[in-house]
Design a protein around this ligand. Structure first.
Ligand code: GLU
Length: 298
């Protein structure tokens, strides 16, 4: 029997605070994109950084999304429970001699970050410790040795992209000295193992996509489709942060406004509605189209 393949999307928040309006907009876009084509939507809690993440925040995020009608098709995945999968992926990279132990201190890294690219918050690591290939996996800071060259990829919102990951992130850290697995490893392994076919996420992650594609290639995972949606800014032009819980579900309700109203605003900002009017997430399925999602947030 031939099982037809359906698109699989995901939303993967880090539980460092309540989801703000920008996160909710991204979550809704990822849900609409797969649901409009009969696909599955998975929720994954990116709590790999145990120092910054809190269980209560994750539970709040799951509740807020459910209140909007966005529920995971399948159990919610918690990265904090997936050490075995991450270790197995590190072992595969180590066998290919693509991992090395990084002994640079924070101070060394800060000095190296004076390159112009560091202005956008990225600090390309120049590969100073390359060559320190561990004989076995050790509990150390481990980096992935990026191959040279640009990566061409397509973004559904921004069109064709071409980036040199060595100039943007440099060799990414996959395992930290404090014992935590790092974001780039966890995200690539989980998207690969969960069979995710499309990644919809905030535009702040567009510059690290080429790095993640290189890691996917090394681990033998298929390349998903990508859509990076605009970040939403507050009234003063400030970037919204999860830590402030700005304009999230609870703040919205506390102002006496309804969830249908919030969905209307989000749907309007994603190009599904001509004007914000109360609706459900399911109502927006009829009019959602990537071509109508604006490049800039509103
Ligand atoms: N965990 C990231 C966040 O909360 C998203 C990572 C991703 O979607 O790749 O912004």
């Amino acid at each position: 029997m031939c099982v037809p393949s359906v698109p699989i999307g995901r939303f993967a928040p880090s539980p460092t605070g309540a989801l703000h309006r920008g996160n909710l907009r991204t979550a809704l876009a990822s849900w609409l994109s797969v649901k409009a084509r009969g696909g599955r939507w998975l929720l994954r809690i990116e709590d790999v950084d145990r120092h910054r993440c809190r269980r209560e925040w994750a539970e709040q995020q799951v509740r807020d999304l459910a209140a909007l009608g966005l529920e995971s098709d399948g159990p919610v995945v918690w990265q904090s429970e997936r050490d075995t999968q991450y270790l197995e992926a590190l072992a595969r990279l180590q066998e290919q001699r693509l991992l090395y132990v990084c002994q640079c201190s924070r101070k060394d890294l800060a000095l190296m970050a004076s390159a112009p690219q560091a202005d956008d918050g990225l600090r390309p690591y120049p590969g100073r410790c390359r060559g320190r290939v561990p004989a076995t996996l050790e509990p150390a800071a481990l980096r992935f040795h990026l191959p040279p060259g640009e990566v061409a990829w397509l973004d559904r919102v921004h069109g064709p992209q071409r980036h040199d990951p060595c100039a943007l992130t440099g060799d990414p850290l996959l395992h930290r000295r404090d014992g935590c697995f790092a974001y780039h490893l966890a995200v690539v392994v989980d998207d690969g193992l969960q069979g995710v076919t499309e990644i919809v996420r905030g535009d702040d992650l567009r510059p690290v996509t080429a790095t993640q594609i290189r890691l996917q290639e090394a681990l033998g995972f298929a390349r998903p489709e990508y859509a990076h949606v605009a970040l939403v800014h507050g009234d003063q032009g400030e970037r919204l942060g999860k830590r402030s819980g700005a304009e999230g579900v609870q703040a919205w309700l506390a102002e006496g406004r309804s969830l249908a109203d919030l969905l209307g605003h989000l749907g309007h900002s994603l190009g599904c509605l001509d004007r914000p009017e109360p609706c459900t997430a399911a109502d927006l399925l009829k009019t959602f189209k990537w071509e109508r999602v604006p490049e800039a947030g509103r």
